[in-house]
Design a protein around this ligand. Sequence first.
Ligand SMILES: [Zn+2]
Length: 514
Amino acid sequence: MKIHLKDQVLLVTHVQQLDEQGGSILHRQILEELPKATVRVEIDLSQVTSVDGTGLSKLVSIQKAIRKQANLNPSLHLIKPSAPVMQMLRLTRMERNFTIVNGSNPQQKRKKKALLPLFVFVDACGWEILKEDPFADQQAPFRRKLKSVFGYSSACIPSILSGRWPVDTRNWCYFVRDPGNSPFRSLKSLGWLPRAVTSRRIFRRWLSKFIRGPLKFRGYFDLYNIPFRHIGLFDFTEKKNPLEPKGLNKGPNIFDHLTDAGIPYHVSVPTRPEFENLQALDADIASEAIDFAFLYWPALDGLMHETGNQSPRISDKLREYEKWLDQLMATARNHYEDVELYVFSDHGMANCDHLLDLKARINALSLRMPQDYTVVYDSTMARFWFANDTARAAITACLDGVNNGRILGDAELESLGTLFPDRYFGEMIFLADEGVLIVPSDMGERPLRGMHGYHPNAPQSYASMLTNVENLDATVTDIPHIYKLMVDGASRAHVANKSESAVESRSVEAVVTR
Ligand SMILES: [Zn+2]
């Protein structure tokens, strides 16, 4: 038996015996040689002359053991199994446990599917970060700067998934003033609890989890730092999961489109860990049952909120993503002739070098909430609703006096796709300059090192698109344009993969009639 390593694939050749003894030797030697970064183990079984059931069952234990020992969830492929091995595999019904490549029986020769469009969403992997990092340049060498959508991921993700801006999806910021529809009225009674308890993140996370079920929220939900005293004033606008059909507040998303068109797809479950989502996609690709895949990796965003955009940990995380991309591409190329890879983000991340205590300034005005006004302090924005003109004038004057932020006028909001005629998300929108964090806010009590949600023209706001498609449509310039790439890729794949299987079944028929 010989073992050697090539491109993260461990190749085992010259296997002659696959009985209890031979299987045990194979098992031991593979695990001794297996690097952590292996993406696949291939065992050439073309020379096997003696085989039995115990030997075959060793292959099952090898499959389990390599997944345990290597950290990229490697798959086990059996290459050209000899006639006795094929016979035993069929006899023991163990054929379906393995990926069998180029079997000795010509009818076993696997035909690949034609095309897989693979969309990998790396949250917050902005253009400025990629300027300093060659992230994924092997897998996706063609890169482009994309303009983001004004707002947080709650705005950007629905826009990517629908090709529309927030004014059309009605997915923008999380909390809005809507006392008539507030699902939180019962929480007002928690207002008597001391701030020391209710402002604790751990308490808020627990409570958010606890009430998410009864409120039937399907998406991500967090009460953040909204004061319980006022919580009955607010509604939460992302009750649905944008990564599901009917997941947007208004109009269809890509998953509605795929469902209507009968195109089978894979999409990540955002509540699952990244690696689990990777494994689930890997398995779906290997099953060849899908014509489109959407993978969501949110951890880089969390890391940069914590560390800012210059931490050495960013490079470590990007290297990990590259390994995972290698694994996915290896599996995908093994099952699809052509794999179009699109790695993209929704926005970048700015370092927060300045803190703005806007709340203290507004509280210093002799106005009352909610009698005179209502406000939601996001991390980079403050959104106001007014009950009278005195409050409007006083708050406008106060905001005009803030030198590291400004009120956005209607024309500008309209150009950003965020002017809502019914002022659902606020009658007046104040936006901090890039690098200025509003703190404390309704999003958090304490400062964060990194933040996004600044003006889309601010340098760190730009998103990115990395692909292995050489002539990417030149009209793809803003993140909502990713939608048309998804629609286009999915429909081409659906047609190509269908006609491939038609060709295959025709040729099988021909063999039968002859
Ligand atoms: Zn974020």
